[in-house]
Design a protein around this ligand. Structure first.
Ligand SMILES: *Cc1c(COP(=O)(O)O)cnc(C)c1O
Length: 384
């Protein structure tokens, strides 16, 4: 958490709730994913909002995050997607009633060992159907079933797998293949007498692939208002989600950059003609990436203003010529002017220049997930 700066992150909990409602009823139970401080939106506030929407299970990554969520007063089910990493994590599963994903025999043995003294435990079995990151391979199911039979205190209540390319239309066949492998795992578990709640879909999986809407789904990025299909042939399927995060910083200084003058470190931008520039109090120390140098835009009073030259540690320069002086400018009239103390929006801001997560991530050279997690480390407020 950065706490000395002047950047402000505003979270709309109403928009987040509306995004969740879009999935409820379509996908069985919706399990919102609030790992990494709810993708930078705030674990406590987002959990409270989701409780109000009738959600009964929340997913986080590490067991530590699950413990934190429990200590905040969440009484529903908590799924820790990464499972126990050490003995302390394993103990916490009993102490705080956490459902952990178990993805390999080391994790299995760790909880099986703890179960000998602590007693019964519900677990989620995580399978690797193609992501090649975490999970038991389907070929190993027989050995896993043997281990379950030998450890009756461990009760598998959920089975999960994660899609590698649900948001890539060209890789639709991979999704079907992963779904097929997962179904064979579920059939094998059922034959062995284990009835589990099954989930495979993330946001994109649930939006694009009906076969992936199983007993439940794990909803992440779409809840935070980003379109997982942005820039693809399926872009239309992800439209209409509401923006949940807006970020602004103050104008520190406004001055004229004369023709031929360079601006900011290295003079990577040289003015072709006289222009008005504003220095904004935000930089890479606030997780506003230096890779936005000379590429990105901000939004001041509804107008898009381009970044000039390099993003600095705590400052970024933008061209506000179009907002200044007499006349109509190139946007809605009249020119509103810019002065120190005005706000510049890095994300969101007033129409028509509203900056979407996809816009910002595109200039940044990343995806909305990363922009949310990084910008969300700044001081935040939560409102409607
Ligand atoms: C983060 C995560 C999700 C959510 O994915 P989105 O693409 O954000 O919807 C779902 N499942 C697992 C295992 C995850 O780690």
């Amino acid at each position: 958490m950065i706490d000395y700066n002047k950047i402000r992150v505003e979270i709309s909990l109403d928009n987040l709730a509306a995004n969740v409602r879009r999935f409820q009823g379509v996908c069985g139970a919706v399990i919102p994913v609030i790992k990494s401080d709810a993708y930078g939106h705030g674990l406590a506030e987002v959990a409270r909002t989701l409780a109000g929407e009738g959600v009964t299970t929340l997913a986080v990554g590490y067991v530590n995050e699950a413990v934190k969520l429990r200590c905040l007063g969440w009484t529903g089910r908590i799924l820790a997607l990464l499972g126990p990493v050490d003995e302390a994590d394993a103990a916490a599963l009993w102490e705080h009633d956490i459902l952990a994903a178990i993805a390999n025999m080391d994790q299995f043995d760790r909880v099986a060992g703890a179960a000998r003294t602590r007693g019964r435990l519900d677990i989620c079995l995580k399978f690797d159907t193609g992501m090649r990151r975490l999970g038991f391979r389907p070929e190993g199911l027989a050995a896993l079933v043997d281990a379950l039979r030998a450890n009756p205190a461990l009760s598998p209540v959920m089975a999960s797998t994660h899609l590698a390319s649900a948001d890539v239309p060209e890789q639709e066949a991979n999704v079907s293949m992963q779904a097929g492998r997962f179904q064979s795992v579920l059939d094998g578990l059922e034959q062995a007498g284990y009835a589990v709640e099954a989930n495979i879909a993330n946001s994109a999986g649930a939006m694009a692939h009906k076969a992936c809407r199983m007993d439940s789904m794990r909803l992440g990025i779409a809840m935070y208002g980003a379109n997982p299909f942005h820039g693809t042939a399926w872009e239309e399927r992800g439209r209409g989600l509401l923006q949940t995060m807006q970020v602004s910083a103050p104008v520190l200084h406004v001055h004229t950059l004369r023709q031929g003058e360079g601006v900011s470190y290295g003079w990577t931008h040289v003015a072709e003609r006289d222009c008005e520039v504003a220095v904004i109090g935000v930089g890479y120390a606030d997780n506003y990436s230096r890779s936005l140098s000379g590429r990105g835009f901000m939004n001041i009073k509804g107008r898009r203003v381009p970044i000039l030259g390099r993003v600095c540690m705590q400052m970024t320069v933008v061209d506000v010529t179009g907002l200044m002086g007499e006349g109509l400018g190139d946007g809605p009239s009249p020119r509103p002017g810019v002065k120190p103390g005005d706000r510049a929006w890095l994300l969101g801001g007033p129409a028509p220049g509203t900056i979407t997560p996809e816009d910002l991530a595109g200039w940044w050279g990343t995806i909305p997930y990363e922009a949310f997690c990084l910008l969300g480390m700044n001081p935040r407020s939560h409102g409607k």
